[in-house]
Design a binder for this molecule. Structure first.
Ligand SMILES: NC(=O)c1ccc[n+]([C@@H]2O[C@H](COP(=O)([O-])OP(=O)(O)OC[C@H]3O[C@@H](n4cnc5c(N)ncnc54)[C@H](OP(=O)(O)O)[C@@H]3O)[C@@H](O)[C@H]2O)c1
Length: 337
């Protein structure tokens, strides 16, 4: 078993919205029900950027990074930590002072899932958040008997997963992207229904296509100015599920008459809350499904790999072209491939 040093390199930020850097901090120890993971890879996700910008943490101790992969090298007391010891896992962070953008992370054992040999460290590091969210979306579609779904920012990693799962389950997906370039990319990769929100005819196109396919659920991660108009053309009794805020808008503007007259229901989706509602068994089933999908063709595109010491460069590269694929921090790895 690898020996555990007293200190480690971890990312930090001087203030919310500030500059990322790396520093030496003590390696944390796992307590009851917790494990210590030696991190191998960790992606940069929109939720990481939102948190870094929003703040609400102590910059002295905060270590960013929501998800990652690595090996459990120490276990606190309890059965699950003992079972996981020595295993390669996908994991998510539990504590603000122990994120995945570090050489080691302490987290709850229940936030780790063993990786099978067919999933490499990089794909494993992205196995939790987006695949489980895509599974959650398709569950919502099934639970509410929607015939088709609409998804925004659809050139994203999550967007590609939602469409893949929709195709597998016979649920047509209307993909909304914000540039003709992304629309072309999606059409060339086989997407049947793609709308460009920058086009003059977008709102009319959305109204026509959503009625044609009876697409009565819109998953929106943008909260753009257009949202009110989009809601206004959906079929009656549609649901709008807000799951992201890529524009950073503080408010969404919706005509209340449209909600009342057309019986539109607006709700939020947060994977953490959904997982709590799912319960242990359903979460385990979903993780197995995610593992199987990531083992087969549900791969996340990667545009770049960076050492932890270049964390700010990694974030800048990702923000420069989010649809080009994820940027992955390679940690405890001698080579950046
Ligand atoms: N609620 C939850 O539990 C949950 C869970 C997972 C993911 N999410 C959300 O899902 C979304 C996608 O995540 P991801 O990891 O798949 O992202 P990603 O692969 O990193 O890609 C981000 C995408 O967002 C697009 N985008 C960025 N700013 C935009 C804006 N202002 N308007 C429209 N599109 C914009 C980018 O398109 P361009 O190339 O055009 O910039 C890109 O396609 C994020 O909002 C994330 O927070 C939420």
């Amino acid at each position: 078993m690898t020996s555990i040093p007293k200190t480690m390199t971890a990312a930090g930020i001087d203030r919310p919205g500030g500059t990322l850097y790396t520093r030496e901090v003590p390696v944390p120890s796992p307590g009851r029900g917790e494990v210590l993971v030696r991190i191998s890879a960790a992606p940069v996700n929109p939720s990481d950027l939102a948190r870094l910008k929003r703040g609400g943490f102590d910059p002295e101790t905060y270590i960013p990074g929501l998800e990652g992969s690595g090996t459990v090298i120490a276990a606190g007391s309890g059965l699950l930590p003992a079972i996981l010891k020595g295993k390669r896992v996908a994991c998510t962070a539990e504590y603000p002072a122990s994120g995945t953008w570090a050489e080691y992370m302490v987290t709850k054992a229940g936030k780790c899932f063993p990786l099978n040999k067919t999933i490499d460290d990089e794909q494993g590091s992205m196995m939790m958040v987006n695949p489980l969210t895509a599974i959650g979306f398709l569950d919502i579609v099934k639970e509410n008997k929607h015939k088709a779904l609409i998804n925004n920012a659809a050139a994203s990693a999550l967007g590609r997963m939602v469409e893949l799962m929709g195709n597998r389950q016979g649920v047509p997906v209307i993909n909304i992207v914000r540039s003709e370039k992304h629309a072309e990319t999606l059409r060339n990769s086989g997407s049947k229904y793609v709308l460009n929100s920058s086009s003059d005819s977008f709102i009319d196109d959305l109204g026509r296509l959503s009625h044609e396919l009876n697409a009565t659920v819109l998953f929106d991660s943008t909260c753009s100015e257009q949202l009110g108009k989009m809601i206004g053309v959906l079929p009656d009794s549609s649901s709008v599920v807000i799951y992201g805020n890529l524009t950073g808008e503080e408010h969404i503007h919706v005509n209340p008459r449209k909600l009342i007259d057309n019986n539109i229901n607006i709700s939020g989706f947060f994977l953490g809350q959904r997982a709590k509602e799912n319960g242990l068994l359903k979460n385990l089933i979903n993780l197995r499904i995610a593992s199987r999908l990531v083992s087969s063709n549900m791969k996340t595109a990667i545009q770049g790999r960076y050492p932890l010491q270049k964390v700010q460069e990694a974030v800048d590269a990702y923000m420069g072209n989010m649809s080009a694929g994820k940027v992955v921090l390679r940690i405890n790895s001698l080579e950046i491939v």
